[in-house]
Ligand binder design. Structure first.
Ligand SMILES: [Zn+2]
Ligand SMILES: [Zn+2]
Length: 205
């Protein structure tokens, strides 16, 4: 840790000790929205645990996707409705909630009311779909990496991060495609990591 980093760390400690609310470990719930392969849930959990100083709870029993989120004309689910379902439909008290689903999800994007996406987030909740991570011709380890990056990306948004201009950063704008994700490292750039601060395992300063 640099001296500046140490100073920040000490002042953060002083702030924390002067604060009535006790510092608690960050809790993140991972929910299967509909049946999701165990492998995918494990990849998502490990991606988060590798980077975030958090306890990740995996809810092993799949939660049924709410009918109210289903968009029949495109046979897929509205991401924002899934997110509000995760946020207040399940009475989960963790700091962050990430839903994983194999179903296709969509949101309003680029002037279109229904655009298929991999992930979306709002407030403390996010949803990530494996539907667009690649077909049978895509190697499993590449699909795993895409899932891990997308989970971390959406989680980054729930901590207030915007898209990042650094093409190696996993917070760069996906631009509606998967190739930008493939070019990024499975890491937040220094700038994004600074903004995330203490929620990350590795201190940047
Ligand atoms: Zn994003
Ligand atoms: Zn960044």
């Amino acid at each position: 840790m640099s001296s500046k980093g140490l100073l920040l760390f000490v002042s953060a400690l002083l702030l924390a000790s002067g604060c009535k609310k006790q510092h608690h470990q960050l809790s993140i719930a991972l929910i299967s929205l509909g049946p999701v392969p165990t492998r995918d849930m494990t990849e998502a959990r490990q991606a988060i645990e590798d980077q975030f100083d958090a306890h990740v709870y995996v809810v092993s029993k799949p939660v049924t996707l709410p009918d109210s989120a289903y968009y029949a004309p495109r046979k897929r689910y509205k991401a924002e409705k899934l997110i509000s379902f995760l946020d207040d439909g399940l009475s989960i008290h963790s700091d962050r909630i990430i839903g994983i689903t194999t179903s296709d999800i969509s949101t309003a994007y680029r002037g279109r009311s229904d655009w298929g996406v991999i992930g979306s987030s709002e407030g403390r909740a996010a949803v990530v779909s494996t539907y667009r991570l690649g077909g049978k011709d895509v190697p499993q380890n590449l699909k795993d990496s895409r899932l891990r990056k997308n989970v971390l990306h959406e989680l980054g948004h729930t901590f207030g991060l915007d898209h990042c201009p650094n093409t190696k950063c996993l917070m760069q704008d996906g631009q509606g495609g998967i190739l930008t994700t493939d070019r990024a490292d499975e890491a937040f750039c220094v700038e994004c990591a600074k903004k995330l601060g203490h929620v990350l395992k590795v201190a940047h300063g």
